[in-house]
Design a protein around this ligand. Structure first.
Ligand code: ZN
Length: 133
């Protein structure tokens, strides 16, 4: 089963693929947390200046495909890049305005994974959620 060390390595890989030019300006901690049905992750600037990325704990299970973790991590990293919950300059008024996260991901080659994610959420997530809980 995936653990926080796995997440940390995965974040490094996604960071390099998605946004190699974006500087890591603070400590970014990624961990499994919560068992949310309608939320896959969140990003939060902590009091000590580090950024926390929390990934739905149910995503530890192997029934959840790797590409779901990849798109979920990428989504939160785009927020970081856009200056939400990170030391970077905030580039937009709201984190999800006008589909900016998906646009950025598509621009950076994650469009195919995004479409896989959409289908998987539609076809599997609801049923799997009750099984894993
Ligand atoms: Zn978001």
């Amino acid at each position: 089963m995936r653990n926080n060390a796995w997440l940390d390595r995965r974040m490094d890989v996604i960071w390099q693929k998605l946004m190699p030019e974006v500087e890591r300006k603070n400590n970014v901690v990624i961990l499994f947390k919560g068992k949310w049905k309608n939320k896959f992750a969140h990003i939060k600037l902590l009091g000590d200046g580090s950024t926390e990325i929390a990934i739905n704990s149910l995503f530890r299970f192997p029934d959840v495909p790797d590409f779901i973790l990849d798109t979920t991590i990428a989504h939160e990293l785009v927020h970081y890049m856009h200056g939400f919950q990170s030391p970077h300059l905030q580039q937009f008024k709201y984190p999800h305005m006008g589909g900016i996260v998906e646009k950025e991901m598509k621009k950076r080659g994650f469009g195919f994974l995004l479409s896989l994610e959409k289908d998987w959420v539609k076809d599997h997530w609801r049923k799997l959620y009750t099984l894993l809980l």
